[in-house]
Design a protein around this ligand. Sequence first.
Ligand code: FAD
Ligand code: DLZ
Ligand code: SF4
Length: 509
Amino acid sequence: MVSRLVLVLGDQLSEGLSALREGNRETDTVVMAEVAEEATYVKHHPKKIALIFSAMRKFAARLEEDGWTVAYSQLDDTDNAGSIVGELLRRAEQTGAQEVVCTEPGEWRLISKLTHAPIKTTILGDDRFLASHKEFEDWAEGRKALRMEYFYRDMRRKTGLLMDGDKPAGGQWNFDHDNRKPAPGDIDPQGPLRFEPDNITGDVLALVETEFGSHFGELRPFWFATTRAQALKSLDHFIAHALPTFGDFQDAMLRGEDFLFHAVISPYLNIGLLGPLEVCQAAEKAYEKGDAPINAVEGFIRQIIGWREYVRGIYFLEGPEYASRNALKQNRDLPAMYWGGETSMACMGAAVDQTRREAYAHHIQRLMVTGNFALLAGIDPGQVADWYLEVYADAYEWVEAPNVVGMSQFADGGVIASKPYVSSGAYINKMSDYCKGCSYKVSQKTGEGACPFNTLYWHFLDRHRDRFSGNPRMGNMYGTWDRMDADKRATVISDADAVLAKLDAGEVV
Ligand code: FAD
Ligand code: DLZ
Ligand code: SF4
């Protein structure tokens, strides 16, 4: 029998991976490689690199226990070729293998490299997701608008999650109107389960510190789960301690509370330590036992079988150039505050600071603070997307690009969102405690000290009037703007221009 190489990438750490199912443990060699190219094509947060390398080393050991021959390359191995394709070619020469089998990578970039590799390569579908590319294409076919809600209902029917026969449990598909309350100050979320680094993780931390210490973000304390067993414990911890209140405070933001009642499982789901169905079944079980209410469980399951699957479907449906779209032609450089530069905006400071420390921010911080500001300020969506890909431990292009380019920056021209996610400071003030103690005044609309979100919000609407004024969901916004006294409008625009000029000059905003 011909021997082959079975490639397992750093975000493919699942025992049921299609490439492993296809491989033959008697004759094939599994190739796993820590490589500089993957760690630096954007400068990933050190915590993210450490998570991937440590989880890779432990997964390789598991495969060896299961009888696989694994050719594992550590980053500092002297003969490490530095890239995935380079490592495949090196291992092919060593083993005599003439073929590679792999599971489809989550980025067009790497798919292209493997497709063009000078060795026969078979790319299998990634069936760790609930919807295949074909299923998503069939769903999208002929639809004018690809709205997540309808796709989600199909996924509920397909999986049987929260279904009473052919009807949704609780009588509704979506319980969002019961969710999204501001957090009261006296809540005490436990946060995610934290794991002490063992020897393997300790070695990885030392390596990452030496090699990638200059990347944005703090490596220590490092507490992520790095094995499936630990990730399952993290999931249980979330189900027991945070799921019951997940829905209520899903959109809330509080100083000093980095995680609130979020699951913090995306870093594990996205590298394959957890599977989407088992996560949702665990949440469904909590509902059936009466341990968590329907609004929380439905909301949580929707994020996973709805949003997560939907954004992946969009990424592969729209093709390789999706990530570089710039429908609104915004082209300002990403300001230094995204890299921890000084800012007087308390909300931006808090979101960036926790991102630096934890490689994590929750959805509303990503969408309505850092994303909202970038969109209002006219930042180049390519630079915004690179930032998100670098700084979050859960960021891989299949999930990051639709969320950033599509949902957050409207740079896909409305494939994902029916209107841009923009808000003035009032929304942030309602959902957080950031504005208390900010140098800016959220109630102030113009003049020195006015919250920058307030002036930039109108500037955005004004400069994109041609595109958005006919959007029925934005009629109220334009109505309010148009009813404003002309002098007031001129002041708002000139105040916003002053904020933008400060950004352009590299001054503190
Ligand atoms: P929870 O809030 O507890 O949600 C549970 C799970 O639902 C998550 O673990 C995740 O797997 C899934 N989920 C929720 N929302 C989404 C969504 N919009 N898209 C895909 N999955 C979702 N998520 C990533 O996994 N990787 C990214 O690179 C990423 N980039 C984002 C960029 C922007 C601008 C925005 C607005 C959102 C982004 N998200 C991304 C989605 C979401 O913010 C994260 O999935 C979530 O914050 C992860 O934390 P959690 O596990 O505590 O999630
Ligand atoms: C993100 C990442 C990093 C930082 N390092 C590696 C690595 O050294 N080896 C590897 O196989 N995979 C790594 N990855 C994950 C890949 O970049 C990922 O498979 C692609 O981005 C596709 O999702
Ligand atoms: Fe952010 Fe404006 Fe509130 Fe300050 S006042 S925290 S800038 S929303």
